[in-house]
Design a binder for this molecule. Sequence first.
Ligand SMILES: [Zn+2]
Length: 212
Amino acid sequence: MTKIIPLRFGGDNCYIIENGENAVLVDTGRPAIREKLLCALAPWKVRYVLLTHGHFDHVGNAVCIAKKYGAKIAIAQEDESLAQDNRTRAFGSRGLIGAFIRMASMAAIKKTQFETFTPDFYLQDGQKLDELGIDARVIALHGHTAGSVGIVAGGGCIAGDTIMNMGGVSRARIAEDFAGVDECLDKLRKTGAEWYYPGHGKPVSKKQMDRL
Ligand SMILES: [Zn+2]
């Protein structure tokens, strides 16, 4: 049976999708959490690293994990260049908290360094992941970034930064395209997931999602 296991490191979330012997890591956090992530991954042999989008606080340890486990890395093609340099893509904010997050993110992007990669394969809308040994599929969530994706598995949905749960459940407070983020909400609800797993903060219930 395929299930999602949250791994939380302060504000950054990573997830293991586990099915028997098979383990896939979704997102890798920022470089500063590297040691904690490596410790937390001890029970698994990670074969694949899937990235919900190209921001540094999601791709920051992808190369390290891929090297350690001989794992393959995948991201949507639209975010490949973003993952190589976060300064290449402009993004806006919504509300006061959003403005604060945008400023903090821009400062962090300037000073954060991490190893870049060429993806082994791309993630795209509707893609089934049974070849990876898990019962899961990809949904495109264009908005927070052009190449944002979610992963639907085991009655849940890993949603990347399309939703957040920091100081309350919200839609993405920073995004390249807010109209896109708004459209993604319906797409997420249509997955029928019972739990939604954001890039930052605690899991979000179906009920909370319906109110968003
Ligand atoms: Zn992000």
